[in-house]
Ligand binder design. Structure first.
Ligand SMILES: [Cu+2]
Length: 256
């Protein structure tokens, strides 16, 4: 018995898939698929807690429980396959695009739905995420052709030190504020707008402040008009009635 290390006080901070965490899972743990192909996955939960495997865009079928084929009545097709620690399951992953087993070719994420498992020392996206990649969706280096985003920041030390705000590349309206100006990374090619970034007051901030002041003024003006319309409603109605009478008097009378 170890007298210094108390396992009941331990919490897990690192989660791996075949010995690696995302993005390095993309090297050894991609699932390559072909249209209409079937892939057998043998999954072992080596975590200390439950594992809930979700393969996006697919509904895999469980065929074996801890290596035992219990017959077709035990085969279950579903989105998420849950496993307690040390359990094994065999899954049949089908590339038949029939609206049940597969929802078409492309790049689909798979991961553990126990959310902390797709982090690395508290930072995401990390942990046991990887991808199902259909034929024709890899670049010449064998890296998945990610759409509209760069995987480069995930391979940097700055990210894993918690210094690179990964979501800045998705925040086209800068709703979360301006990105970290000292990060020193080229943003992703497609998903990013070129923000007019300057140290100190940026033009984006100034425009925002102006528009808020203008909106407040118009709001105040509308409120004042509404207030006057209610308070002076008798006067307004009287004027309207006079105008109506005068207009009616001007109109040619019937039969004349
Ligand atoms: Cu999922």
């Amino acid at each position: 018995m170890n007298m210094e290390y108390d396992i009941t006080d331990a919490t897990d901070d690192y989660f791996m898939l075949n010995g690696r965490s995302f993005p390095y899972t993309l090297r050894e743990s991609l699932i390559h698929m072909g249209k209409d192909e079937k892939v057998k996955l043998r999954v072992l939960n080596g975590h200390t807690e439950s594992f809930a495997l979700h393969i996006h865009g697919h509904k895999p079928t469980i065929t074996h429980y801890d290596g035992v084929d219990n017959g077709p009545s035990s085969y279950i097709t579903r989105d998420v396959h849950g496993m307690v620690p040390a359990q094994r399951i065999d899954l049949e992953l089908s590339g038949v695009d029939d609206g049940l087993h597969s929802f078409g070719q492309g790049i689909w994420m798979f991961h553990d739905h126990v959310e902390k498992s797709f982090t690395t020392n508290g930072l995401g996206e990390g942990g046991d995420i990887s991808l199902v990649v259909y034929k024709g969706f890899l670049d010449d280096k064998g890296i998945p052709l990610a759409h509209g985003m760069s995987l480069a920041p995930y391979f940097s030390k700055t990210l894993w030190k918690g210094k690179y705000p990964i979501w800045q590349d998705y925040d086209a309206w800068q709703s979360l504020g301006l990105p970290d100006l000292k990060a020193g990374y080229e943003p992703a090619k497609v998903a990013v707008q070129k923000a007019p970034v300057q140290l100190g007051a940026s033009s984006a901030t100034v425009t925002q402040q102006d528009s808020v002041a203008t909106k407040l003024f118009y709001g105040f003006l509308l409120g004042l008009i509404s207030y006057l319309a209610i308070v002076k409603r008798n006067l307004i109605l009287a004027i309207a009635r006079q105008l109506l009478d005068k207009t009616m008097a001007l109109l040619p009378k019937k039969g004349s």
